[in-house]
Design a protein around this ligand. Structure first.
Ligand code: SAH
Length: 277
């Protein structure tokens, strides 16, 4: 019985977060769909205090930057010990997920995309290191093979909010977490496009009606309208996504010598690899 339980525990999608502020978790991930799924053990969250791996009397985790400059840097030895302790925390070598991604939230990292989120959601779940202060010692990034992941081109005061965002994006893709199976798929980025506009009741709001086509009951026309809206929005707002999508859909020569995308089909019902934003 006990052995059986352990096996299933090891198999659920698990995020392990290394942080100086474990009290920030689960935080917003404890409510709504992610929170319900966490409570019913559809996924697991482990927040580990980096400070537990400090060795000196003062439990210090940081020191001044070599070469001078403002602020403090997280020590390589303390952080490496925290990573190794998290690796060893699962009971046996057998239970340890192979190829578990080790991420470092970092403004220098590769910007997070929906396709990377989908990959992470499909795996065993990542270990995520949250930086603080000026960041972490470069040598631990190299020695422990940390993949730097950025939330965007701005600077947060710590990696925790970035880690919460990343985990949230993954968890909503896990089987059984979202109410309706499809609702995670037909949305922004799932096909390299931003989402079409959504409407609900009332039928008229401050003199603005819902576009008539959406009330027509003609599913094919609705799908075509949504596809056109999604394309127009993407072209206007995210020329980078649009250009990447044109490349991905392999333009073909038409008889008039113009190029058009090879595939122009309705949006996918399943998440699939999208263009890198
Ligand atoms: N001096 C660093 C910024 C440190 S901010 C620099 O200029 O690059 C402190 C910590 O916050 C970082 O170590 C990182 O873990 C987190 N962080 C800040 N901005 C982030 C972003 N855009 N994406 C992901 N993590 C971020």
């Amino acid at each position: 019985m006990a052995a059986e339980k352990k096996t299933s525990e090891a198999q659920i999608w698990r995020a392990t977060v290394l942080t100086l502020f474990p009290e920030m978790f689960p935080g917003p991930l404890g409510v709504s769909l992610a929170g319900k799924a966490l409570a019913s053990r559809l996924w697991a969250l482990e927040a580990r205090d980096i400070r537990d791996s400090a060795t000196d009397r003062h439990r210090s985790v940081d020191d001044t930057p070599a070469g001078g400059g403002p602020g403090m840097v997280l020590r390589a030895d303390v952080l490496a010990a925290a990573i190794d302790a998290a690796d060893g925390a699962l009971d046996s070598q057998k239970d340890r997920p192979k190829d578990r991604p080790r991420l470092l939230m970092s403004p220098r990292g590769r910007p997070l995309t929906q396709s990377r989120v989908a990959e992470l959601a499909a795996g065993p779940g990542p270990m995520i290191v949250c930086g603080r202060f000026e960041g972490i010692d470069q040598r631990v990034i190299e020695a422990r093979g940390l993949e730097e992941v950025s939330l965007g081109d701005y600077v947060l005061s710590g990696g925790e909010i970035a880690a919460l965002a990343l985990i949230d994006a993954c968890v909503r893709l896990l089987p059984g977490v979202m109410g309706k199976l499809d609702s995670g798929a037909d949305e922004s980025f799932s096909d390299g496009l931003l989402e079409y506009p959504q409407y609900t009741r009332p039928q008229e709001f401050e003199g603005r009606p819902i576009p008539e086509i959406l009330l027509s009951g003609d599913h094919a026309r609705v799908a075509a309208w949504r596809q056109a809206e999604a394309e127009a929005l993407t072209k206007a707002r995210r020329p980078d996504l649009w250009a990447a999508r044109q490349v991905q859909t392999r333009p073909v020569q038409t008889r008039l010598g113009q190029t058009r995308p090879a595939q122009t089909r309705p949006r996918q019902k399943r998440p699939k690899n999208t263009t890198e934003g």
